[in-house]
Every structure is written in C-alpha cells, then in structure tokens.
Design a protein around this ligand. Structure first.
Ligand SMILES: *[C@@H]1O[C@H](CO)[C@@H](O)[C@H](O)[C@H]1NC(C)=O
Ligand SMILES: *[C@@H]1O[C@H](CO)[C@@H](O)[C@H](O)[C@H]1NC(C)=O
Length: 865
C-alpha cells in the first residue's frame, strides 16, 4: 500500500556515530563520551544471512568517506552528500538546505512559501557557495571527516589548504573553518547589490577589514558574514549577475554566514556568533514513564552562549529552555517557525506508554462472543500448507503481522488452543527467510552496511527500493513483530533464530556506533524528530516519509522484539523511538483546524492547509495532503493510522480522529470506496467513540491484508469507554442455517441448479425452491447451493445475474444479509461484498447485485429448510 514509484523515497534519516570518527576535529567544551548511550545489540557479523553478501549498485561516492569505514548512514538528511553522484540538494542543515559542489558548499534558506491547495512548499534556494581560491575544482578533493547522529563534518582540501564545514542542524549560522586557504564566497542567487552598505555597480569592488560584514544580493537577500578573527574581504559585483567575496590572503580562522531575515535580528546574532558547534552527542535517560532525549553540542567557546534554533516538536518537549524572544530571530520552514534558544544541552522529555503486547484493559464483555467467533473463523482459515512463501518484505510483513496479532488476541482471551495453529502457520512462512534456497532472500549489503532484499541491491523497483535502503523501518518493523510473536510462544525457535533476527533489529534500531555492521538507528533524524523513509536512491536528495503509522510500527515491532529477546535497555530505547515518532505524527502529520494561525508551535500557519486534516507526505522542502499512490481521503488518512495495534492509543487523539471522521465521511458511506481503508478509519475513531465505531464496523466485510475482523473488533472493544455503555451492543448478523429464499413482494422462491446456475426467483412453489446453506464469515456470510455444493458469487460489475458457480468462497462470494429497514420483521436485504450493492430482482426474476442503496434492495424472506 505504500508509495509507488516516483523514486520511492520514503525513509528516514539518521546518522551516525556517537563518537567522532578518525580524523574528526577537536572536541573541546563538552565531553563527547558515550555516557549513558546503550551498547550494540550485537556485534557479530551478519555472515549467516541466507542471501550472503551483496553490494548495492549505488555505493557511496568513493572519495567521500575516504579514511572512514562502513557502516554509513543511508537515510540521514545529508545522505545526498555521500550517495552517487554526491551533489544532490540535501535536507539540511536546517534552516538551510545545501549541496556539495566541486569547489565548495552551496547553501541557502528558502525565501518563498507557497500553499497550492494541497501542499505547503518552500522550494530549495541556493544563496551562497563557500570555497577557497586554492581549490582547483576537483570533485574528489572533498570528504567527510566525521559524522554523528545529527551532524557531518565535510572538508574541502587542496595541498595544505583546507576548508572544514561543521554542518550542524539547528545552527542559524553556517560555520566554515579555514586553514591556510583564501576564503572565496560566491553568490548564486543573484549578483551582489551592496557590501557593508556600499552599493556596487556591475564590475565594481568594495573592500573592508574587520569581523562583521553585511552583503545584500540583487534579490534583496541579506547575509551577515562573521569572522572570529579580523579579515580583509573584497566584494566584487561581476558582470554576469553573479558576485564574489574574496579574502585578500590565505586565512586561518573561522567564518560564519547567516541569512538575515530582518534587521532587528542582527543584535542577537552579533552577540552569539563567536560560539560554534562542531559535533553533537546523543544521550538519553529513562524513568518508568518518561524518556529524556539529550542533545549535547560540542562547542568552541562558551557552550552556555551557543545560539541554536528550535522546531515545534522541540519546544513541546524541552525542559528548562533558555529562550530569547521569538521576535529576535526566526525562520519559517516546512516544519513551521524555528525560534532561538541558548545553551549547548537540550533535554527533550516524552511520556512513555506502558503498552507492549496488549491494550491496557480487558475486552468489553459485549464484544467477546463476536471476537471469539471471528478468531475461530480467521484462525480456521490458516492452513500451514498455504502459508505464504515470501515474495518481498513489505507485503509479506504486513500480512503476517496481521496474522500474528490473532495469536496475541487468542492468548489474551484465554484460548491457548487457538494460539498454537497461528504460531505453526507463522513459523512455516517465516522459515523461508532462513533458507538459501528461497526465492526471496535477505542479504548483507557491504558498501553502506545493512540487510537488504537481495534482488533489490541493483534494482530500485524491487520492494519499494529496499535494496537502496528505502523503507527499512516499515519493512523490518512488521518482520520483527512477527518474529516477536513467534518467539513469545516458542522459546526454542527464539533461541535458535535470535541472532539472525537481530540482524533486522540492528538494521533499524542499533543504538551504538560500536556495531561494526549497522549505522545508528538508520531511519531516525534525531533533530527533525521523526524518521525518513528515503534511502540512497536517485542521488538521495530530498527526504520524505508518507506513512507515519508504519514508521511508528517499525519501532513498535522492535519494541516487541526487544521485550522478548533483548534487555530492558533496548525496550526503553524502542519505547522512546515509538513515543517520539508518535509525537511527530501529532505535530507534523495530524492537522488541526482549531490551531491558532499565530500559535508558536503551529507548523502550518495556513488555515487551508490545516483544513485538509491529515498530511499524506512530509518531506524536507514540502509537505502535503497527497500520496505517491492514491488520492482518496481514506487512503491519505489510513496510511498514517495503520497498522491498527494497541500502541497507537496515544496517537489516535480525539480531536484528530473526530476531524478525520467527518472529513472522510463522504467516502465512508460511498460503496465504491474500499472497506480495507474504511476499517482503518473506524478503528482510529473507536479510540474516542467505541460504540459508534463498533456499529460501523459491522458494515465492513474486507479488512485488507494488514488487518483482520478479529483485530478490528478486539481493538474497538478494548478502547477507553467513559460512558460505561456496552461497546458492541447487539451487532447484526446474517441468519445462518439452511434456507429457501423467498422474494417478499412477489412470494416467488429462488431456484438454481447445475443446469442453470443463475439465481432466479422463478417459482411460487415452496417445494420447487432451492435450498441454500447460509454460513458465517465475519460480518457477513456465504450462500451455498446445497444440491451442487457451489457457492453463490456476485461479480463486481453488478451487471450479471448472481450464480451458484464457485467451488470455494472468497471475497466475491460474501454477502451481508440484514433486516430491511421499514419492512416486516424477518424480511432481509442482501448486499454483495464484491461491489457493496444490494441484490435486486428483475422483471424476469433474476437476482442482480445492482441496487445502489438499501432502499433499492429487494426484500427476501429466509424460510428455514
Ligand atoms: C558547481 O556549481 C557550478 C555552478 O553553479 C556548476 O556549473 C557545477 O556543475 C557544479 N558542480 C557540481 C559537482 O555539482
Ligand atoms: C454503517 O453503519 C452505521 C451504523 O450502523 C450506519 O449509520 C451507516 O449508515 C452505515 N454505512 C454504510 C455505508 O452502510
């Protein structure tokens, strides 16, 4: 259900190693040690993986990591610096976006914000390039010298001349450290209009000496240039409409450039430019109910005076922040306003959910018999002989994870007899991942470092780009969910396969730079506060994530795995990832029309954007209510909600689900829209309105591959229930048993036979009527002609007479039979699941599934036989 094509970028960033790598620059003001950071889950080689080793067809640009060793981050904001061809415009360091050029680093702040009816967009803008005169322009003369969980240090070099850029998200200044190199700043956005207040005509130059300079380009964009030691600069307005600022001689020192949005911002910037961050250390601490995520910037200068910028998700979580006035410095970005903060340590606190396997309350007794009936039916359908052979990670994972929840529900309801068949089925399918003879295999990819779908390592169209590191948290979250459930009930299997399955856990939640095989928490962008689905395909430029629900599930799967296979530390770590991803969902994916346009922490000031209720895709330079693969409201909302698991109790907040309910209502009552989306909306709504959701859930006859009837009703029946009323009430059911079908209006009976399989109301004689067995399927039933054992089928066109002509029953053989509204008791309508239309009776007595609504459906009596 995820994104199709385009380039399939879905992922999340990440990055880094907590310790600086070889060659990294000095750390000074604060301790860059590992402190409380957790050690690796495992450090063993993933050489045992069934697909062996592969190399991705898009390895890192080979000079970029010179001197550093894999594993490398693939989903981080700066992946485009490293991924071939290495010059993509990347997603930071915000408020800037940047690109590595052959001669230097280009960067800019988008000065245009547009709302086009669907998306807010801030198209990337490159304002300046920082380089030095001695650099001769060979693209291989730059490299990364260090990276951590948030930042990367990039160095341009020529002989002994170097320019080292500390690319640290959240810094209002771009920081360039020169050694024996003549600074050269090139204006890209337009020519130079003025330098230190002197207007420059074309061809003219102006020079100045000092530590603070102001330059305005021909579009009016103003930058301040700070030097930490005195420097002489010459600005020249070139004839081409471009301009440059060149130092008069080689320089050893630090320049900081900052976009000046408003003259009043200069005062704060003047005060703090001398303290700069070089790297960031990640730390965290836990109580039973909270996590505190800690960012420690290593600075040159007094760390307490470090000026940084916050986003809304920071501000709602920061403990004891030291904020200058929001008016003193601000930048509008696709995540809303960035506002200033002082200090080199942030503590971001989140509440942790106590939920692990099951909801925190028992199933409402009113729902129990229906849930048990569904459980027995759905588990009865699981024949290990038909357990899926994996063809990919994504669909296999979503499907099997949905099945695995049946075991948890059976266990929770005290039915161990029903757990065993589920586990047998799951193991049968899962075991293909361990066998080298399988057609779809995991393999260890060596150029970046990670487990991929082997066939995808040189084909981005396989498994949504898994081989190019797209979507790993989506894919492996489902995978770990399934493994955790098997392991919970089969400790032999768990111990046998634990280190193998840990490869997948390490791929998405490895907390440590000491794991030699996997980067730190691949998809998480720690500064952006959420994950990116995009890996290294297509040059790894813009980042996106269009399924926050599956991102949460990635860490939920890891949480389940940690709780069955790993220590409490990893349980805590996974809980923190879940809580922070859910917080990002509520801030950046859920839209609230009630939010004030001027609220400090409203990321989307445009009311018309917030009226769209849910983001489909959050990217670095745009976010909008659209998907790569679908345009229905129920699709856009569902993909942010699913899969339906107990961990989402906190994320399905009342205001949002109420809005989603009314926003999607035109589609919820539209029979042409699929139940596989509607059921997800109903589940989210149940978190606030369980009785209403239960009644609506009875309309659903298809749950898609990622949910089941049982899980849906169990979820609804385990919601908070402040009214205390029974949640399920009397859920309607088909009449089950052997019946003759009589048309209420004419009194004629329906016949069908092996000679004429069509169902036609052709006889007034009860003795000539055919007998149909009406059997249970969830919320509906099948009708089987007893004389031939054939099931009645209704195709989705609704143009043909329905017929008793299928040896086995699938989705087109399902019917919902309900009391007809306004008719005498015992008169029913029959609705076909194939198209949501009601059965009518034609002039010739033919039964056709073409009644647009309940009123149009014919009334039938089910006469017991
Ligand atoms: C660097 O920028 C120049 C001018 O904008 C451009 O012509 C050149 O292709 C860029 N180099 C790379 C490697 O992107
Ligand atoms: C579904 O069920 C609810 C509650 O029983 C009902 O009000 C609603 O009209 C139904 N919608 C459809 C499309 O059948």
């Amino acid at each position: 259900m995820l994104n199709l094509l385009r380039c399939l970028l879905l992922a999340s960033p990440v990055a880094s190693a907590v310790l600086p790598r070889a060659g990294s620059s000095q750390e000074t003001s604060s301790d860059f040690s590992k402190r409380g950071v957790f050690g690796p889950i495992d450090t063993s080689s993933p050489s045992g993986v069934a697909g062996g080793q592969v190399t991705c067809a898009a390895p890192p640009v080979n000079s970029f990591f010179a001197g550093l060793k894999a594993p490398f981050p693939t989903n981080t904001w700066w992946a485009g610096y490293a991924a071939t061809p290495g010059n993509a415009v990347v997603a930071g360091p915000f408020p800037y976006e940047s690109a590595l050029n052959n001669t230097g680093i280009q960067f800019g702040v988008s000065s245009s914000r547009q709302f086009d009816g669907t998306s807010v967009k801030q198209p990337t803008q490159m304002d300046w390039r920082a380089s030095f005169s001695e650099h001769q322009g060979s693209f291989s003369n730059h490299k990364a010298t260090a990276f951590d969980t948030q930042s990367v240090t990039v160095q341009y070099f020529q002989g002994s001349s170097t320019l080292t850029a500390y690319l640290v998200p959240g810094s209002p200044y771009m920081t360039f450290e020169y050694k024996g190199a003549t600074p050269l700043l090139t204006s890209i956005n337009g020519g130079i209009k003025s330098f230190n207040g002197n207007a420059l005509s074309t061809g003219a130059s102006s020079s100045a000496t000092g530590t603070t300079f102001t330059v305005v380009d021909s579009t009016g964009t103003t930058y301040l240039i700070y030097s930490l030691s005195s420097i002489s600069l010459v600005a020249t307005a070139k004839s081409s409409g471009s301009g440059e600022i060149r130092a008069s001689s080689p320089f050893t020192g630090v320049l900081r450039l900052v976009k000046l949005n408003d003259p009043s911002h200069k005062a704060l910037l003047d005060q703090h430019y001398q303290v700069y961050p070089t790297t960031v250390g990640l730390d965290y601490s836990f109580t039973d109910t909270t996590s505190t995520l800690i960012f420690n910037w290593n600075t040159i200068g007094d760390g307490s005076q470090l000026l940084m910028l916050t986003w809304p998700h920071h501000r709602v979580a920061l403990q004891s922040p030291n904020y200058p006035a929001t008016s003193s410095l601000n930048y509008l970005t696709t995540k809303g306003w960035m506002y200033p903060i002082l200090g080199n340590q942030w503590k971001l606190q989140n509440a942790l959910s106590s939920i692990i396997w099951n909801p925190p309350r028992a199933l409402d007794s009113s729902c129990k018999s229906s849930v048990i009936q569904g459980l027995q039916y759905e588990i009865g359908q699981l024949n290990p002989a038909n357990a899926p052979v994996p063809g990919d990670f994504y669909y296999w994972g979503g499907t099997l994870a949905a099945v695995s929840r049946l075991a948890l529900i059976a266990d929770n309801l005290g039915r161990p007899d029903l757990v065993t068949p589920v586990i047998t089925y799951l193991k049968t399918s899962f075991n293909y991942w361990f066998q080298a003879s399988s057609s779809t295999l995991p393999a260890y990819e060596t150029t970046w470092g990670g487990i991929v779908n082997k066939a995808g390592a040189n084909n981005v169209n396989i498994d949504f780009g898994n081989g190019y590191y797209n979507d790993h948290h989506f894919h492996y979250g489902y995978f770990l969910h399934v493994a955790a459930v098997i392991g919970k009930f089969d400790s032999t299997w768990l111990s046998q396969h634990k280190s193998y399955i840990n490869y997948f856990a390490r791929d998405i939640i490895n907390p440590s730079s000491s794991d030699p095989y996997f980067p730190v928490t691949r998809c998480r962008d720690w500064f952006a506060g959420h994950s990116w689905a995009s890996g290294i395909a297509n040059g790894a430029g813009s980042r996106d994530q269009e399924s926050i629900g599956e991102a949460v599930n990635g860490y939920y799967g890891a949480l389940l795995w940690a709780s069955v296979a790993l220590s409490q530390d990893y349980v805590n770590y996974a809980k923190m990832l879940v809580a922070t991803e859910q917080q990002a969902a509520q801030i950046y994916w859920h839209l609230y029309p009630s939010q004030s346009q001027t609220a400090r922490d409203n990321p989307y000031p445009e009311p018309a954007m917030r009226n769209l209720i849910t983001m489909g895709n959050v990217e670095d330079w745009q976010s909008g209510a659209w998907l790569f693969w679908g345009s229905q409201r129920v699709e856009i909302a569902s993909i942010q909600i699913l899969p339906v698991t107990p961990i989402n109790e906190a994320m399905y907040d009342t205001e949002w689900v109420n809005n989603v309910w009314s926003y999607t209502m035109p589609e919820l009552v539209d029979p042409t829209i699929g139940d596989e989306w509607k059921n997800v909306i109903i589940a989210a709504y149940s978190n606030a309105h369980p009785q209403t959701a239960a009644a609506w859930s009875a309309n659903i006859t298809s749950w898609g591959s990622g949910n089941t009837y049982t899980n849906e009703l169990y979820f609804i029946g385990t919601r908070p229930n402040p009214s205390g009323q029974p949640i399920c009430g009397a859920l309607p059911q088909n009449p089950y048993g052997n019946f003759k079908l009589q048309v209420a209006s004419s009194g004629n009976f329906v016949t069908a036979s092996s000679a004429n399989t069509n169902l036609v109301a052709s006889t007034s004689s009860s003795g000539s009527a055919s007998v149909f067995n009406s059997a249970y399927v969830p919320n509906a039933g099948t009708l089987q002609l007893t004389s031939t054992n054939q099931f009645v089928t209704a195709d989705s066109s609704g143009s043909y007479t329905i017929s008793a002509s299928r040896a086995s029953a699938s989705s087109w053989e399902r019917f919902t039979i309900r009391q007809k509204i306004g008719a005498a008791s015992g008169v029913y309508t029959i609705k076909a699941s194939s198209n949501g239309k009601f059965i009518t009776v034609g002039g010739d007595g033919s039964l056709v599934n073409n009644g647009a609504n309940e009123a149009a459906g014919a009334g039938f009596k089910f006469v017991a036989s």
